[in-house]
Design a protein around this ligand. Structure first.
Ligand code: FAD
Length: 391
C-alpha cells in the first residue's frame, strides 16, 4: 500500500522525506478498495485467498483492536467506538465475508480484554501479532459443546461435542468458543492448527460463501486450566451481549453503501441519472443508509459511554438491528429494481453483494430482538419523546 510522504526540513536546509504512517482510517479505506477488487474471485472459489489476509495483517487491521500495551492501536477501547464503526463499515464495503470474519475477530479480542486475565490477553495478542485470527464460535447443534473439568483438580478441561456455523473454520486458529459446563456457560480460548477439526463441506449457503462457515469437531480436545476466559455466564452479560449488535450492523451497512455507489455508477454510465423515478430510488437509498448509520453510531456511543439505563442500551441496540435490517432490505429492493436484470447476473458485483447481504442479514432471533425492544419501551417510565434523552 502506498504510504503518503511528508516533507520535513532539518537544519542546514537539507530536505529529507519522512514517511508519515497513514491513519487507521486511511489504511482501512485502502484495504476496502483492495478487498472489493478481490471479492469476486473469493466468492467464485468459496475461499478468501491467503494474500487477502496478508493485506489485512499488513494494513495493521488485525492487531489494531489489541490494547496498545500489547502492540495494538486500542481500536477496541470504548473511546474509539466511532472509528471502529467506520472501519467495520469500510471493510464491509470491501467484502462482506471479510467483514464478517473481521467483526468476529474484533469481538473475540474485546471479550478476552473485558473478561480475561492479563496473561490471556498477552497470549492472544502474541498470536494475533503473529498473524492469527480469532472468532467467537457460539452456535451449537442440538447436543451442544460441553466442557468437563479433568478428573484431577488443576488439570484443565476436556471438550465433548462440536461447534456449528463457525466462520473461518480451518483458518481461524485462536477462536473463543462457548461451552456448557456444570458451572454454566463458559468461554474457552482455543489454539488450533490450520484445517484442524474443521469441516466446511456443509457450507452451501447462497451468500457469504467465502466465510468458510462450518463445523468444528472438538471432542477429546484437552485444554489447560488457563483456557477458560472470565466467569461462567460472562458472554451473556448485558448490556454488552446484545449491545454489541451495532458492530455487525456497521459491517452490513458497508455493503449497502457499496450497492448504492454501484447503483449511482450504473445510472450515470447509462445516462439514466436524470430520470425522476430513479432519482427517487437514489434518494430513498441514501436516506436509508444515512438513517441506519445514525442508529449504528448512537448504539455504539450508548454502549461505549455507559448509558444511564442499561436496559435502554440493549433496547436501542435491538431497535438498531430492526431499523438496519429494514433499511438494507429496502436498499436491495430499490437497487435491484433500478438496475434491473443486470443486477441478477454474475459477475455483476450487485448480484454478489445482494446475495451476501441477504444471507448475512440472517442474525439470531430477530423477532425476539424487536419484541424485547418494544417491551423495554413499554416498561420504561419515560414518555416516548424523552426515551433516549438520558445520557
Ligand atoms: C455468514 C454467517 C456467519 C456466521 N458465523 C458465525 C460464527 O462464526 N459463530 C457463530 O456462533 N455463529 C455464526 N453464525 C450464525 C449466527 O450467529 C446465527 O446463529 C444465525 O445467523 C442465525 O440465523 P437463523 O436465521 O437461523 O436464526 P434464528 O434465530 O433461528 O431465526 C430464524 C427465524 O426464527 C425465529 N425464531 C427464533 N427462535 C424462535 C423460537 N424459539 N420460536 C419461534 N420463532 C423463533 C426468528 O425470529 C427468525 O424469524 C453465522 C451466520 C452467518 C449467516
Amino acid at each position: 500500500m502506498n504510504k503518503p510522504q511528508r516533507q520535513t526540513a532539518f537544519g542546514g536546509g537539507a530536505v529529507v522525506r519522512v514517511a508519515e504512517p497513514p491513519s487507521l482510517l486511511a489504511r482501512a479505506g485502502a484495504l476496502s478498495a483492495f478487498l472489493f477488487g478481490e471479492a469476486e474471485r473469493a466468492d467464485a472459489s468459496g475461499r478468501i485467498a491467503p494474500g487477502t489476509w496478508d493485506a489485512v495483517f499488513d494494513a495493521g487491521l488485525s492487531s489494531a483492536p489489541l490494547p496498545a500495551r500489547h502492540g495494538g492501536e486500542d481500536l477496541g477501547e470504548p473511546t474509539r467506538h466511532a472509528e471502529l464503526a467506520r472501519v467495520l463499515r469500510l471493510i464491509g464495503a470491501g467484502d462482506l465475508s471479510v467483514g464478517r470474519l473481521f467483526e468476529g475477530h474484533v469481538n473475540a479480542i474485546a471479550l478476552v480484554c473485558r473478561y480475561g486475565t492479563e496473561e490471556q490477553i498477552a497470549d492472544l495478542a502474541a498470536s494475533v501479532r503473529g498473524g492469527a485470527l480469532s472468532a467467537v464460535w457460539g452456535a451449537d447443534d442440538a447436543e451442544g459443546l460441553r466442557a468437563e473439568r479433568a478428573e484431577r483438580a488443576g488439570q484443565g478441561w476436556q471438550l465433548r461435542g462440536r461447534k456449528i456455523l463457525a466462520s473461518g473454520a480451518g483458518f481461524v486458529t485462536r477462536p473463543l468458543v462457548t461451552a456448557k459446563s456444570d458451572e454454566g456457560q463458559v468461554l474457552v480460548l482455543l489454539q488450533l492448527g490450520p484445517d484442524e477439526r474443521a469441516d466446511i463441506t456443509g457450507w452451501t449457503a447462497r451468500g457469504m460463501r467465502s466465510t468458510a462457515t462450518g463445523t468444528v469437531e472438538l471432542s477429546g480436545l484437552q485444554l489447560p486450566p488457563g483456557a477458560m476466559v472470565g466467569l461462567p455466564g460472562d458472554l451473556m452479560r448485558q448490556p454488552h451481549f446484545s449491545g454489541g449488535a451495532w458492530r455487525f450492523c456497521a459491517v452490513q451497512l458497508g455493503a449497502a453503501d457499496r450497492i448504492v455507489d454501484l447503483f449511482g455508477e450504473h445510472l450515470r454510465s447509462r445516462g439514466r441519472d436524470g430520470d425522476p423515478y430513479q432519482l427517487q430510488r437514489v434518494t430513498a437509498c441514501v436516506a436509508a443508509t444515512t438513517t441506519a448509520g445514525f442508529w449504528v453510531a448512537e448504539a455504539a456511543r450508548r454502549l461505549a459511554e455507559g448509558c444511564d439505563d442499561p436496559e435502554l442500551t440493549v433496547a436501542f441496540a435491538n431497535l438498531t438491528r430492526t431499523v438496519c435490517e429494514r433499511a438494507m432490505l429496502d436498499v436491495m429492493e430499490a437497487v435491484q429494481r433500478g438496475v434491473g436484470l443486470g443486477s441478477f447476473i454474475r459477475p455483476h458485483p450487485i448480484e454478489r453483494i445482494t446475495r451476501d447481504l441477504s444471507t448475512y442479514l440472517r442474525q439470531p432471533v430477530p423477532d425476539l430482538a424487536m419484541a424485547d425492544a418494544g417491551r423495554a419501551v413499554l416498561a420504561s417510565a419515560r414518555p416516548i419523546g424523552d426515551l433516549w434523552s438520558g445520557r
